[in-house]
Write a protein that binds this ligand. Structure first.
Ligand code: NAP
Length: 261
């Protein structure tokens, strides 16, 4: 399969104000892509724009909350007026939550599902006509190792990331005819601001995840997945081990995870 050329590719990156999204926007600008970067923290987006100014690519920024319908429409309107087509949509924005399900509110579940599932799915729906006019178009979803194997104390986040994976798998086949590729990258623990931005999580709740990757490395691997059209990529040895242990020894994996809970 021909490699995807990211030079001059028109790309939306959600959640570009920190972590993986920010690293992706920078690396794409270094490769000469045209990036529309979105997030809520506008001062962070301005800093990103300044940083990318001298790079070969171009960057436009757009502030807003992705869980708001008008903001999602605004992203699509901006891409339409700038490019009238879209080559890549990167659904990266997301947030987690930590704590037992029986101690949490239904509001936490809804908020996590809104940002990690409904927002990327509905943004994708709006972007489909633009993608159909794109060059070798693709949707890259940033899932998680927890899209493949759930762990305790993160039930809402696991549910949202599993849902994203199920939706993406179905969409991949549906969109084979307009030839829009659906790719999924599943990082494991990444040293970003993710744990500082948890939804409705008590201060004493701690992540028990072990090891961590740098967002820059995750972004490199995401770009490699895009260039090589890798459908599914689970990152890190620890992440792969958890997924395979869960498939081969589900009860033992439950017992081990139960000790951490
Ligand atoms: N960090 C990890 O351990 C890890 C592991 C596996 C998968 N992931 C996934 O990787 C993706 C990126 O996370 P990260 O690690 O880079 O975390 P991060 O540093 O916290 O970045 C999250 C990004 O999402 C944006 N965002 C959050 N809520 C938003 C909303 N309502 N509207 C618009 N933008 C919103 C944030 O921007 P604003 O706050 O400025 O809006 C930020 O730019 C997420 O999908 C996450 O689930 C992370």
């Amino acid at each position: 399969m021909a490699r995807r050329n990211l030079k001059d590719a028109r790309i939306i990156v959600t959640g570009a104000s920190s972590g993986i999204g920010r690293a992706l926007a920078i690396q794409l600008c270094q490769r000469g892509s045209h990036v529309l970067a979105t997030a809520r923290r506008i001062e962070r987006l301005h800093a990103l724009q300044d940083l990318c100014k001298s790079m070969p690519g171009k960057i436009t920024i757009l502030e807003g909350d992705l869980t708001n319908i008008p903001h999602r429409q605004q992203i699509v309107d901006q891409a339409t007026s700038q490019w009238n087509a879209l080559d890549v949509l990167i659904n990266n924005a997301g947030a987690g939550a930590i704590g037992r399900f029986d101690g949490a509110s239904s509001d936490r579940l809804r908020r996590v599902m809104e940002i990690d599932f409904f927002a990327p799915v509905e943004l994708t729906r709006l972007c489909l006509p633009l993608l159909e006019r794109g060059r070798k178009p693709a949707i890259l979803n940033i899932g998680s190792v927890l899209s493949h194997r759930a762990v305790p104390n993160k039930s809402e986040y696991c549910a949202a990331k599993f849902a994203m994976r199920g939706w993406a798998e179905s969409l991949r086949v549906e969109l084979a005819a307009p030839r829009i590729e659906v790719l999924m990258l599943s990082p494991s623990t990444t040293r970003s601001e993710f744990l500082d931005a948890l939804v409705d999580t008590k201060a004493e709740e701690k992540s028990t995840s072990v090891g961590s990757m740098l967002p820059e490395r995750v972004a490199q691997l995401a770009i490699s997945a895009l260039v090589r059209s890798k459908r599914e990529m689970i990152l890190s040895l620890g992440g792969k081990s958890l997924v395979w242990a869960g498939r081969l020894f589900p009860r033992l994996t439950d017992r081990i995870l139960g000790r951490f809970a």
